[in-house]
Design a protein around this ligand. Structure first.
Ligand code: ADP
Ligand code: MG
Length: 239
């Protein structure tokens, strides 16, 4: 579903990504874990076609995309992204979610049904007419996720989506992401600095340290068998 080969990215003379390689299979949930500043967000922005790398190759849905910028808008519509800071527009909760479907050809009745069903599932039905900006941070993130879920994306990217959120919102977001994966078959890539979240959600995790994916494997394998001292330190098994 995703194949990144030798991706490099620099800002000025700072090399942020250093020959990153990663393959994500269709239908899997893959976590990218690593300390703050290691390049996780930068890498996700490249996979999601928000930013271009300096060099490397990227295949999405089997298509070589970096040389073909004219394809990006269409490919972006097949993918969803959730950022650490919730993005909600100055409109009602209902309209914020319905906005996700503006490029789809579904009927008004179908859009209405899906928006209501999704808001019910994330526990926000009672705020359907409220202004999204009046909600708490955790509720806003649930709105932002709902906007993505209604589109049933083929790939979902999440960049530390629950950092600083209350436990209820965190649990709801994790549950909804797993449901989307299970029911729709969405491939998921989630950045987190929280090892435990990585373990809860992912079949495999990639450990990113200092701009490199240093090890990829099942969470257990990485705990039991870290390939180097930096990974061992990050997962907390060096003592
Ligand atoms: P992480 O998400 O793992 O915390 P980031 O990808 O956000 O890491 O950042 C990696 C490094 O790249 C940091 O040193 C950060 O300051 C730098 N960086 C990220 N984005 C930019 C940018 N747009 N301009 C300049 N430097 C950036
Ligand atoms: Mg980040």
């Amino acid at each position: 579903m995703i194949e990144a080969r030798d991706i490099t990215k620099s800002y000025g003379d700072q090399r942020v990504l250093n020959n990153v390689n990663l393959t994500v299979n269709e239908g899997e949930v893959l976590g990218i874990i690593g300390p703050s500043g290691s390049g996780k967000s930068t890498f996700l922005r490249i996979l999601d076609l928000i930013e271009a790398p300096n060099s490397g190759e990227l295949l999405l849905f089997g298509e070589d995309v970096l040389a073909r910028r004219n394809r990006w808008i269409e490919l972006r519509r097949r993918m969803g992204m959730l950022f650490q800071k919730p993005i909600v527009f100055n409109a009602s909760v209902y309209d914020n979610v319905a906005m996700g479907m503006r490029y789809r050809s579904e009927s008004k009745a179908e859009i209405d049904r899906r928006v209501k069903e999704t808001l019910e599932a994330v526990g926000l039905s009672r705020y359907i007419k409220s202004s999204a900006r009046d909600l708490s941070g955790g509720e806003q993130q649930r709105v932002a996720l709902s906007r993505v879920i209604v589109t049933e994306p083929e790939i979902l990217f999440l960049d530390e989506p629950t950092a600083n959120l209350d436990p209820t919102s965190t649990a709801t977001i994790e549950e909804m992401v797993l449901r989307l994966n299970r029911e729709v078959g969405t491939t998921v890539v989630i950045n987190t600095h929280d090892m435990l979240q990585g373990q809860r959600l992912s079949q495999r995790v990639g450990v990113m340290i200092a701009g490199r994916i240093m090890q990829v494997g099942r969470p257990k394998e990485i705990f039991n068998n870290p390939e180097n001292l930096q990974i061992a330190r990050f997962v907390g098994v060096d003592n």
